[in-house]
Each structure stands twice: as C-alpha cells, then as structure tokens.
Ligand binder design. Sequence first.
Ligand code: RIB
Ligand code: CA
Length: 311
Amino acid sequence: MANKKKLILDVDTGIDDAIGILLAVKSQQFDMLGMTTVCGNVSVDAATLNTCKVLELVEADDIPVIKGSATPLLRAPHYEHRVHGEDGIGGALKDVEPKKTADAGFAPDFIIDQVMQYSKQVTLVLTGPLTNLALAVKKCPELIHHVKEVIFMGGVVQGQGNVTPVAEFNTYADPEAAKLVLDAGFPTLTQVGLDVTRKVLLTDERIDAIQNETLAHYIRESTSIYRQRYFERNGLWACAMHDPLAVSLAIDKQLVSTQAFHVDVETKSEFCDGQMICDFQHQWKKERNVQVCTDVDADAFFDLLINTMNA
Ligand code: RIB
Ligand code: CA
C-alpha cells in the first residue's frame, strides 16, 4: 500500500458511479482510504447501500464507506430515479442485502481527517454533487493546502446541459457547493464535464469485451435502463461513462486534454441556476482556477476500463 496513490472517492451511487467504484477497486492502483457518499442521484442512504453492495460484489468490503450530507447545502434534493432506477443502480443487485454497512462518522469530517493526516498525499475524486467537499472546506479552510489534487465530474462548458438546457446534474443539484469549491483556491482542480464524458459511450460491443462474467453481467444489467434512456434521446443503445472517466484520470491523466480557465457557477438565476461558466477568453481577468477537460481519447479510456475489468 505504501507506494499506492491515496484516494477518497465521493459518490452518489448511481449507475455510473458504481462502475467508477469498480474501476477504482479493480485497478489496484490505489490505497483506498474510503468512499464517501452524498445525496445526489438518489438519497444518501440509497447511495450508501448501493456503494456497500458494489464493494461486496468485488470483495472489497474492507474499504470504509462513510455517509455524508443528506441534502444539498441550501436546496432540496433533486433525485434522478427516472435515469438511475428506483434503487439507483438500475435494479441490479436488487435482491442483495449486503453484510457491509456504513462505517461511523460523517463524510466531510472523514475527508478533513484523512487529508490533514496524509498532507499532500490524498487525491479526491468526486462523482456526485460537491456538497461533502464544500462542507469540509467550510469547516477546515486550510484543507485546500493539504489536498494532493481534486478531480470532479460535473458541469458542461460548451454543450447542452442534461438536466436543464444549460446545467449538468451534479452542478445543478448543488450549485452553491460547486461555486464554493471552485472559489476555494484548490491548487489542482480538474473538471470532467459532459463535454468529454459524452464522448465515452459504453456500447454492447464494449460490454461484450468484458470477459469477467460477474462484472459483465452486472454492468450489462445495471446499465440497461441507462442505455434505454440514451436510445430514446439519441437513437443509440449506449450510455455515457461520466463517473468512470473521472476515476480514470486519477489513474492516467493523459487520457484527456486540459486547459486552465477561470470557471464559475450560476446560483441566482431563474433559468440558468447550476450553469457552469468558463471564461475562455479571460474577459473577467480572474485567476484560472480550473483545469478544464477539453478532449478525451475514448478508445484509450475503454482500453483501460475493459482491461481493468478483465484483470
Ligand atoms: O451528469 C452526470 C452526473 O450526474 C453523473 O455523476 C451521474 O452519476 C449523475 O450523478
Ligand atoms: Ca454520480
């Protein structure tokens, strides 16, 4: 464990979060300090249960799971059961009652404790609303100087939103948290938006390439409604690997192209709340606070994902 990258994965397990968890665990690249759960796609209790189920699926139930915020900072929860199913992972593992339950503690406190204990060694990957990290920063502002790097799936800087015409779900669900994290002063903050995640589409062919029968079956079953939804909207049986791409960047940042820009989030608009605004032309003359992912090598990403599942 000594030479492995220390990682905390913050999730709102959901269908794609779950595949991100599988990638993180099966990659064997990380000293997995813990997984923290947050209100997002589903309730924090459902996200916690789903995370425990998925960890048991890959016999990784020794990894701590710490529950976080049950609501966004200010707003009411905005669940996405129509996308992720009643349970949050597409009905897969619905008959499983995991022995594993959440560990004691509160996610923001766990993040603070681990980051301060392992100063400049902990990578935070967040694949849900940024509520837990925002609460951690509010409680411990000096946290920003002790985190190795933050990678988060959220926002869209040049395309359409997936919840409103301008807003992506994670940023829309808790725009105040996103704004607080962007403004906090993290030295290394990488944003993985729909601009790139929409280019990594899990198709039947790519699932067929997963030889590990347990994982292939789980991924096919859990993504069935996700792919159905995508077909209804786009005429293709596929689904975007939003969260697994964010996780993959903690393994290999070369999978994407990034550029530094000033990025902010709208929180006071009738139509555009949750919109992520990227100052491409540096018109605001503000600090370039985010490494924005501008492109992705989709084939290289799927080589990593599939080879890891088959390892
Ligand atoms: O917009 C996609 C993001 O919202 C993903 O993290 C998905 O799990 C949902 O949380
Ligand atoms: Ca998610």
